[in-house]
Design a protein around this ligand. Structure first.
Ligand SMILES: Cc1ncc(COP(=O)(O)O)c(C=O)c1O
Length: 467
């Protein structure tokens, strides 16, 4: 445009956001119609708060390999991949065959399925555990893990980190995305409930520390006067983009837990699918217990609590409670066996990681070219663009990122057929074993198109608490 005589020139960011919003409405009219009906029946029209996106969520019909198809028949290269549950890819043929056969022979036996031994065996070998119990979701598994830790130690409190998410588990629904103005000091954060409905007394069972700050952990343990049963963490926090543990933090945490007689629990619900042997293998630190989920089922709901014999042996009739009608159901057990044996192999995951690294390098180069303050941290086969001027170390630093830019990046990529990451600046991308070099090339082409406008100054809506 030669002359700056319109509102669009005065507010180029507003104009480009308006253009992308219009494109979104034009591209997904059936989703809009369905959402209008669905929200009358279901709060926000979605069955998980994390799935709500503005202006309205897109509704999908099917997936195949790296692709998703919405109800308007738009095709997308998907890097949300079921919030990390689909490292196997959509409808992986190795899984589809096995699961069809399983359905023919009943998806629910109501008794222990013969495959549950083999599934536990494969998990134990790969993720280094003496005993395993299956559950269905990550939320349940973290709930059971902290109960087992409390039972084993005879202590009440659990220490978690500000910004880490462990599912919609009431014990741990504190300080997930708190506003720092209501969350106390950086090194001695207060426990902030993630929303209404969490009883005040539950605060007493939770102690909060700052990620990547070992003194904050020591302080919290000292203040809790010997009543902390366990420290639970995402070893690479992936509910604030991707946070990288600073060298030595996790091994110091291990030592500190030993010093205070506290169990160390790795919540590997996400990370067990990012690295072949989970974050434990990548970091070389062995926790007392771990929680696995998402990717181990190749898209079928399953989770697991794993730990040493001494801790896990307390679980059982008359002992520590752990139950679930759908635990180790045959569909999930067949899925775990096939996923671990033949889909998420070391080789296939290394290939996915290489693609992810390639994508991260291209993103970084282009963001640097346009001098957009940003970092592109990677962990295993995942990564994220954080619009922060330096790599954030914890929730408070992450929160300072430019969410306005992130929103524009996400919307404009979606409009061009790429779901670049999970829906929300706190999410990350997952490259599956079914993504191809062509997918990555196409993604980079699309990013090249949108990156010049990412540099504009967009309205900052703030980080929504969508827990
Ligand atoms: C680290 C972590 N733990 C636990 C959970 C909860 O898992 P689910 O959604 O299967 O209940 C999540 C979900 O995103 C997660 O990211």
């Amino acid at each position: 445009m030669a002359e700056c005589d319109t509102m669009d020139c005065v507010d180029p960011a507003g104009a480009s956001l308006k253009t992308e919003n219009r494109k979104y409405f034009t591209k997904t009219p059936s989703s809009l119609e369905l959402w209008k009906m669905a929200r009358e029946l279901t709060p926000f029209g979605v069955h998980s708060n994390y799935r709500f996106t503005r202006p309205y969520p897109v509704y999908f019909r099917r997936g195949n390999g790296s692709r998703l198809y919405d109800i308007d028949r738009n095709e997308y290269i998907d890097y949300n991949m079921g919030f990390g549950a689909l490292v196997a890819g959509h409808a992986n043929p190795k899984l589809v065959g096995i699961l069809k056969e399983r359905l023919d022979n009943s998806s629910m036996l109501g008794f222990e399925d013969e495959n549950s031994f083999e599934a536990a065996n494969l998990l134990a070998a790969r993720f280094h555990a003496e005993m395993i119990r299956f559950s269905t979701t990550g939320t349940e598994a973290t709930m059971h893990a902290v109960r087992m830790a409390r039972a084993y130690t005879g202590r009440q409190k659990i220490l978690k980190f500000e910004g880490c998410y462990h599912g919609s588990n009431q014990d741990l629904l504190f300080s997930i995305k708190p506003d720092p103005s209501a969350a106390g000091q950086l090194s001695t954060p207060d426990a902030v409930p993630a929303g209404p409905g969490i009883p005040d007394f539950m605060k007493l069972g939770t102690v909060i520390a700052q990620f990547n700050d070992i003194d904050s952990v020591r302080n919290a343990l000292e203040r809790s006067a010997g009543d902390v049963a366990a420290v639970i963490l995402e070893p690479y926090p992936m509910n604030m983009g991707v946070i990288i543990p600073i060298p030595g933090f996790i091994s110091r945490l291990r030592k500190l837990c030993d010093e205070y007689g506290v169990l160390l629990i790795f919540d590997e619900v996400k990370t067990c699918g990012k690295f072949y042997g989970g974050a434990e293998e990548a970091l070389g630190v062995v926790p007392d217990m771990k929680v696995l989920g998402k990717a181990i089922g190749g898209g079928v709901a399953v989770s697991a609590i794993a730990g040493s014999r001494e801790i896990m042996e307390n679980v059982g009739p008359g002992g520590v409670s752990h139950a679930g009608t759908f635990n180790s159901n045959p569909l999930s057990m067949s899925a775990v066996v096939t996923t671990l044996r033949s889909v998420l192999t070391r080789q296939s995951m290394a290939r996915a990681q290489r693609l992810s690294e390639e994508m991260a390098t291209s993103y970084s180069e282009m963001l640097n070219l346009y001098e957009i303050p940003s970092t592109v941290p990677i962990a295993g086969l995942s990564g994220a663009i954080s619009f922060n001027s330096k790599q954030p170390c914890n929730w408070r630093e992450f929160r300072e990122g430019d969410i306005g830019r992130w929103n524009y990046y996400y919307l404009s990529m979606m409009n061009r057929g790429v779901i670049p990451a999970g829906p929300g600046a706190d999410e990350q991308w997952t490259v599956s074993v079914m993504h191809t070099e062509d997918d990555v090339d196409r993604t980079i082409e699309v990013f090249k198109e949108v990156v010049p406008r990412i540099s504009l100054r967009y309205p900052m809506p703030g980080m929504e608490e969508s827990v």
